[in-house]
Write a protein that binds this ligand. Sequence first.
Ligand SMILES: O=c1[nH]cnc2cc3nc(NCc4cccs4)[nH]c3cc12
Ligand SMILES: [Zn+2]
Length: 372
Amino acid sequence: MSGFSFTLSATDGRARSGVIRTPRGEIRTPAFMPVGTAGTVKAMLPESVRATGADILLGNTYHLMLRPGAERIARLGGLHRFMNWSRPILTDSGGFQVMSLSELRKLTEEGVTFSSHVDGSRHFLSPETSMEIQRLLGSDIVMAFDECPALPATHERQAEAMRLSMRWAQRSRDAFGDRPGHALFGIMQGGVERDLREESAAALRRIGFDGYAIGGLAVGEGQEAMLSVLDYATHLLPAEQPRYLMGVGKPDDIVGAVQRGVDMMDCVLPSRSGRTGQAWTRRGQINIKNARHADDPRPLDETCTCPACTGYSRAYLHHVFRAGEMISGMLLTWHNLHYYQQIMQQMREAIAAGTLEDWVAGFHAERAGGDI
Ligand SMILES: O=c1[nH]cnc2cc3nc(NCc4cccs4)[nH]c3cc12
Ligand SMILES: [Zn+2]
């Protein structure tokens, strides 16, 4: 037993519920992972993140290698100790962030050299260095090093990027080695091109991974295109291993992905939008900075049990956002993460009960269009 295992407990249509067991704890699936990019889920204490119901969070190789440095984190006991989060951590492998954040990049078969967006220093990322950095961080689920092409991209460019990513997937697998209790996930590429997605899935299955991510989505293609890829892409992956859709998404994206057999997701949306005053609720979105909330004594959602909804009015939240008070981002981030975890918990229960279709109908019926 490698100390890492996935057990499917129920299916409802294409949706699945289950448990990923790791030495640092269990992950109930379908799971939503809050994003803790630089060793913190912004505006949240780790114990607060846990209180929202999160079993696992995400860290970024790219950000942590630049600051404070993976070797420094290793010297200090690893990322779990460093950020005071003892449960599972998944780290992205850095390729995606290099291409979207750094300057002066040079991409070759070997890897990517780039200048840090923090201080301009030069760095090199490759399958081998990414595996070493993620080992130094101590993450429980390691992502293969891949290249996600910028959109718009031709079929030919998507094919080139996918085939490079598959060669890098093999090198990631070889460099990762045998690490009981730790998992290596491959990342499928291929854009919205079905033939390339099929080729990528076959290549990853030949190499063999502990889980399979669907990359190359949530990069501006839009919900319809993303869901159309998921209509066939999850079928291409082994049913007995976790499927992780990277970077998704809005609540209705997440529901659509779970209906199509996705087991894990991550997104900055609930935390990032919370800091800008955007509250996600079961009835739709609330932009709390809007003047119409200035005198509203009601909570964001009277059925929500989070600290923001049990302790504060919309009028108060409006005020602290307008005043730029730190508590504003704290409360809305907490509410949004709590709401996301509530959706996941309700879908896990619905799948186990075989009532997901009814639950999804209720989810959409409750959501008024636009701002509420
Ligand atoms: O193919 C990928 N490979 C490795 N990491 C990713 C992360 C990803 N995150 C998003 N979308 C969410 C975003 C976050 C920031 C800009 S887009 N799409 C993503 C795709 C990939
Ligand atoms: Zn709430």
